[in-house]
Design a protein around this ligand. Structure first.
Ligand code: SF4
Length: 240
């Protein structure tokens, strides 16, 4: 589907779609979660996420930790994937390359699919574009990573494929991962409720760029680059 494809969806707030999902979070998702919860990004990471801030947390029983009854407790700051649902997006770099897919309903869902509007109307109603715009700003950091990794890694000593394989493994590890100050800083923007969101994002991206340029450990850089790429909806290969 593209933005003009016929599509509508009526959510009946049954809460079924808020169970048993794997939802990848971007740095901007974490900022928005924090602001909706009236918390710092550090607190939001601890309350709502796993894997260093990069995945939304679900209880063992299957419910998202933000679910309150059948309602989202952070509705104003719900992540991009929750806003898009039941649509999936295949590439988020620029509107020209966007492709949308209709996702299957969650088991038992009372949501109603229709064709009373189009994809664009649906995305506008869900506030999706501000998330895509913020993610596009963070994507600029991938070029900063590439440049720094190129200047840091010694490819006479490391085999490139093995170097990137290790980076992907490290970025996507569920546990027992190495300390990585860039990944920590990526999801913890230090956002304070009340400060303008645009300012938080701008300051955060600048701080990350400085940290990347000061980092001299190629493995730390590569794992963080992969983490950022995945969190923004790219494949790990897109940073190499
Ligand atoms: S963040 Fe909100 S909308 Fe998203 S899965 Fe959790 S409860 Fe549902």
């Amino acid at each position: 589907m593209n933005r003009s494809s016929a599509f509508s969806y009526l959510c009946n707030a049954c809460g079924f779609c808020c169970h048993n999902k794997v939802i990848t979070l971007s740095p901007y998702d974490v900022i928005r979660l924090a602001r909706a919860a009236g918390a710092s990004t550090r607190e939001a990471i601890d309350r709502f996420t796993i894997r260093r801030g990069s995945i939304l947390k679900f209880y063992d029983g299957g419910a998202c930790v933000a679910l309150e009854g059948t309602r989202c407790g952070v509705h104003r700051g719900r992540p991009l994937a929750c806003r898009l649902y039941p649509i999936g997006i295949e590439h988020i770099e620029a509107a020209i390359s966007e492709k949308f897919v209709r996702l299957e309903p969650a088991e038992g869902s009372l949501g109603v699919y229709g064709v009373d509007g189009n994809v664009d109307n649906f995305l506008a109603a869900q506030g999706v574009d501000e998330y895509l715009a913020a993610n596009a700003r963070y994507a600029w950091l991938l070029a900063v990573f590439r440049e720094r990794i190129g200047a840091t890694v010694d490819l006479d000593r490391v085999e490139p494929r093995e170097f990137w394989r290790r980076a992907v493994r490290e970025a996507l590890a569920e546990s027992n991962y190495d300390a990585n100050p860039l990944i920590d800083a990526m999801f913890d923007a230090g956002g304070i409720p009340g400060i303008d969101e645009e300012e938080i994002v701008t300051a955060h991206i600048q701080r990350l760029a400085e940290l990347i340029r000061c980092e001299s450990n190629a493995e730390i850089l590569a794992a963080a680059a992969v983490m950022l790429a995945v969190s923004l909806g790219y494949s790990p290969a897109e940073v190499q």
